[in-house]
Design a protein around this ligand. Sequence first.
Ligand code: PMP
Length: 356
Amino acid sequence: MSNWESNIRKVIPYTPGEQPDAKDMIKLNTNENPYPPSPKVTALLKSLDSDELRLYPDPKVQVLVDALAKRYEVKPSQVFVGVGSDDVLAMCYLTFFNSGKPILFPDITYSFYDVWANLYNIPFKDLPLDENLCIVKEDYYQDNGGVIFPNPNAPTGVETSLADIEDIVAHNPDVICIVDEAYIDFGCESAIPLIEKYDNLIVVQTFSKSRSMAGSRIGFAIGNERLIKYLNDVKYSFNSYTIDRVSMKLGAAAVEDEAYFQETNKKIIATRERTKERLEALGFEMPDSKSNFLFISHPKINAKKLLAALRERNIYVRYFDKPRIDNMLRVTIGTDEQMDCFLAFIKEYMEKENIC
Ligand code: PMP
């Protein structure tokens, strides 16, 4: 028997949301946007030819970097692009969390954070959210190897104010603070303006939610030039050609269509508030959400049982079997029509189970 087993890196992987292919399903489980990408993206997609596949892409992703720099009013040297924000965040961990001290993040948060920490052997501490599912900023004043949290948080949807974010960044001048703004466009204020004041801050966003392009896998980080250079050095030591040619071009077209972006985000926010109101009328409880999902529970409903019943009707939502949140469901905001079907099923379920 050889001993190679003991030399292998063993990890417990992140479990991504299910991607079922059922006909007529209502898919509210992975926070995709129910609306298509900008019509300008679709038109461009139709005009592309097979040379986009034959040639290597631009390792600098310049067209997309330039479009993002213009949109967010920073220099191109302050923008890093990766294959979804998962890739950007994984590169950030590898680049910035290298001190040997524990990094800090909330106990209820994006469940990839501890997976990357374990993958790279980075120690971490998860700090409990308070009873309202809010970040306690004073907890982040302790000695650490870096800080990461989403704003708004996921899967709660709860916003941390820009003042509290600034406070956390200001209290941690010797480490890098990452604000993961995957859902920022659904009603929160971005921390991007703070990068001028704090050289230890990096902000990460994605095209997967507010730009309806989860399938293209585009994420980006904005920070000061030094941080972006270090990030690029690590990227070029890992894989030079990350974003493919098609995604780069489509991504740039999406960024340039600001009007469509604003319009779809507004629609989702309106549907979210309407859905929240109706769920509350049925006795559901949830924190205020600034994202494209609601994190719901009902004092008389078993979340796992409801999850299974919804699934039988081809309605998919997300459940996390974790302490403190194991009786909650995360429901992505779809179209008004999809949410009406979801709500109609919930009403029917409650009647059947005699819950009032
Ligand atoms: N951050 C958070 C908080 C998320 O919920 C997600 C979506 N799973 C991501 C990052 C990654 O998104 P993507 O890789 O699609 O950009």
